[in-house]
Design a protein around this ligand. Structure first.
Ligand SMILES: Nc1ncnc2c1ncn2[C@@H]1O[C@H](COP(=O)(O)OP(=O)(O)OP(=O)(O)O)[C@@H](O)[C@H]1O
Ligand SMILES: [Zn+2]
Length: 703
């Protein structure tokens, strides 16, 4: 079946096809199609890399593999298969991860063209950066169900993979997962964390409580507790679905204002009565006793696998029936506890494995289009390599394959292919740690492999293991990374550089993500659907419930403030950040329904650009009146009262009177009628909250 390229290609292209070295990254659904096409068309110099081995579930669409190849590396097996079609091709196969440092620039520089046939953003971003860095044309591809896409990427000529923001996979806050699940997906994620906690490698996401019989004893991790109890299914059931829920119910105020309240499962289910269930009926909803039996059975089977495991831990895999049964049963039992809809085995598997069925014909169409693009690239016909889309449904002209009119130009704000781009990182600098920054922002979100991070010339993260920086457990503020700080991130391997600007932002509700990325500072607050009720929310800090009030301060008011008072410490702010923010930590709330709260901290940005916490007495009480007694007075007499309607008042009994009035339309005002301190906060009735103005001049007492 060897390809005869004479006659098929014009003479000038025959040699190009025979000799151009092409790298194919990924030998899965699309990769197998592309490799087969390249070989049959007469391409002579190929390399293919894939990090995976063949699974039974691949066989329905990855036609270079058969039952005999299950368990073998995809790259080597794909090579052997296609060499049967055309033995005259030089194919070098690699069983490895393209993100491994051994596949650096020296490796990439060999190729005339790189083709991505991957299934994840992380590897795609990495290859994108490597190709930009080495200036090698890249063809990027993907399918999802019946849809697909082929994109051409060339440095300074086209969009790169990261020019347009990709949807971020929804990140669920851990508080919701642990304490207040509302949807089946929350229970599914919880069940997967529970699997890791009981059987997996070390996990930081602990979803079952640590145990102790006696207060003086050290707490046992759930894993150790399970081991000590020989993974007894009944005991584990009682611990996880009764004792842990009892613990949650006893947590102060957790469910007070929430519509969801868990209920403990009755011991009646623990009497050892086994409910039979049929394994094959994956689309059927079972009864609670059946799910409980499934939970207990799956633990027995998984424990056997754990005992046999050389590594001493197990990795969750949707294709393992016992692992899947554990997740299905745990999910649905938890759903019953929290009054959430129960899902079938089939549905939970799709959600847990993030599965959208792969369609072989979609892969075949995209595989064909990739090779057509590849020929154009090798011919130098870059303008003809517009993005091609395979549509799930025909458009109004009845077409299912459509293409862009032109090759899209690089985005000037792209942080990967443009030198101008920078990223605004919005985080709560008081709680966000350097470790979270490296793991969640740099590695998971920005796909950086070996980060070196400098802040104002100071190194805080190093890719060199010999550099002992030991800052990981520090929060941003402890490491002096504050609102307005500039962070330079560098990845030597990817030749990728990005500048980040820190924007301090209180995480005020459990529903908010740990961090957010924006293209510019203006977008940070636009994202908030700023509702005062929502924003005045409770937070958990060091195990205490705190209530936060957020006050935004526009730049114009800064200027005003600076003119008004030389002693004003709030007037300066980084130029790029056009506004400062004041956060009033209203202190621990004893009862969520009570409106009487005590102000403890006011935080703001000072002249030297540090974020400071100012005690309430120093913020509001004049210097000359601060003797020891009235300092205490001032501290204790602050009060916000909320009457039946909407007015509230802050009173400082000792010296000054503060008042916040919120009329029915939404105006509010803080007035300080003392001579030396003025505090005023207004919101115009006709505007929404973005127009909030804060004006503040203050005594010289804060340090
Ligand atoms: N970093 C990487 N380096 C090398 N190969 C990779 C990397 N990441 C993913 N791949 C490979 O890319 C291929 C993508 O193929 P595909 O989308 O068909 O996924 P699959 O794993 O074969 O199928 P499924 O996920 O549906 O079971 C896989 O074979 C996968 O092993
Ligand atoms: Zn780009």
């Amino acid at each position: 079946m060897a390809a005869n390229i004479v006659g098929a290609f014009k003479p000038s292209m025959q040699n190009v096809v025979k000799t151009s070295k092409i790298l194919l990254v990924g030998a899965g659904g699309i990769g197998c199609e592309v490799l087969k096409n390249l070989v049959l068309m007469g391409f002579g110099e190929l390399e293919v890399i894939d990090l995976d081995t063949i699974e039974i579930s691949n066989l329905n669409r990855q036609f270079l593999f058969s039952k005999d190849s299950v368990g073998k590396p995809k790259s080597h097996t794909a090579k052997e298969s296609v060499l049967r079609f055309n033995p005259n091709v030089n194919i070098n196969s690699h069983y490895g991860d393209i993100m491994d440092t051994k596949y650096g620039s020296a490796f990439f520089n060999k190729f005339k063209l790189v083709i991505n046939a991957l299934d994840n953003k992380r590897a795609r971003s990495h290859v994108n950066r490597m190709c930009l860095s080495c200036d090698i044309p890249l063809i990027e591809s993907g399918t999802m169900g019946y849809s697909g896409q082929v994109e051409f990427i060339k440095k300074d000529f086209s969009l790169c993979y990261e020019c347009s923001p990709k949807p971020v996979p929804k990140d669920y806050p851990m508080c919701t997962i642990r304490n207040t699940p509302k949807e089946p997906i929350h229970c599914i994620i919880w069940a997967k964390f529970l699997f890791s906690q009981l059987f997996g490698e070390n996990t930081e996401e602990l979803v079952s409580m640590e145990e102790t019989e006696d207060e003086t004893e050290e707490k046992l991790s759930a894993r150790d507790w399970a081991k000590a109890n020989n993974y007894d299914g009944q005991k584990l059931f009682k611990k996880i679905f009764y004792d842990d829920i009892d613990y949650l119910l006893n947590m102060r105020d957790l469910y007070k204002s929430k519509s969801i309240k868990p209920r403990k499962l009755d011991y009646v289910y623990l009497n050892g009565v086994k409910s039979e269930y049929a394994h094959e009926e994956e689309s059927k909803i079972l009864t609670l006793p059946q799910y409980i039996s499934m939970f207990i059975d799956s633990i027995t089977s998984i424990k056997e696998k754990l005992d046999q495991s050389k590594k001493g831990y197990l990795n969750w895999d949707k294709d393992d029936d016992d692992f899947m049964n554990f997740v299905v049963a745990s999910t649905n039992i938890r759903s019953v506890i929290f009054g959430i809809e129960i899902k079938s085995h089939f549905n939970i598997k799709s959600m847990a494995g993030n599965i959208i069925p792969a369609i072989p014909t979609a892969n075949a169409i995209i595989g064909g289009q990739i090779v057509i693009h590849g020929l154009r690239v090798l011919e130098g016909k870059y303008p003809r390599c517009q993005t091609v889309y395979l549509r799930g449904m025909p458009n109004h002209k009845g077409e299912i394959i459509v293409k862009d009119k032109i090759v899209q130009k690089p985005s000037p704000t792209c942080t990967t292919c443009s030198t101008e781009g920078h990223i605004v990182l919005a985080v709560n600098t008081f709680t966000f740690t350097i470790r979270q920054f490296e793991d969640l922002v740099l590695r998971q979100r920005l796909n950086i492999v070996a980060p070196d991070v400098l802040i104002d010339g100071r190194m805080i993260i190093s890719s060199d293991e010999d550099d002992e920086l030991d800052l990981y457990s520090k929060t941003f503020s402890e490491a002096n990374i504050l609102h307005g700080s500039k962070i330079s991130v560098d990845d030597f391997l990817q030749n990728y550089r990005v500048q980040m600007l820190v924007h301090h932002k209180m995480k005020v509700s459990d529903e908010q993500p740990e961090f957010e990325l924006f293209n510019n500072s203006d977008d940070v607050d636009k994202e908030d659907d700023f509702e005062q009720e929502e924003y005045d929310d409770e937070c958990h800090i060091d195990g205490e419930d705190h209530k936060f009030i957020y006050v935004k301060q526009e730049e114009s008011s800064n200027e005003e403030m600076a003119n008004e008072s030389d002693e004003d410490n709030f007037s300066s702010v980084e130029e790029e950040l056009e506004e400062t923010e004041l956060f009033v930590d209203a202190g621990a709330v004893n009862d969520a329904s009570e409106t009487c709260i005590k102000i403890t901290n006011v935080c703001s940005i000072t002249e030297d650009n540090t974020l400071s916490i100012i005690e309430e007495q120093s913020a509001e009480v004049p210097a000359d009146s601060q003797d020891e007694n009235n300092e205490d007075d001032a501290k204790d007499n602050f009060e916000i009262e909320d009457d039946a309607k909407d007015n509230f008042e802050i009173e400082d009994g000792a010296k000054d009177n503060f008042e916040i009035e919120d009329d029915a339309k939404g105006d509010f005002e803080i007035e300080d009628d003392g001579n030396e301190t003025n505090l005023e906060l207004k919101r115009k009735a006709e505007d929404n909250v973005d127009t909030t103005e804060t004006k503040k001049s203050r005594s010289s007492t804060d340090e």
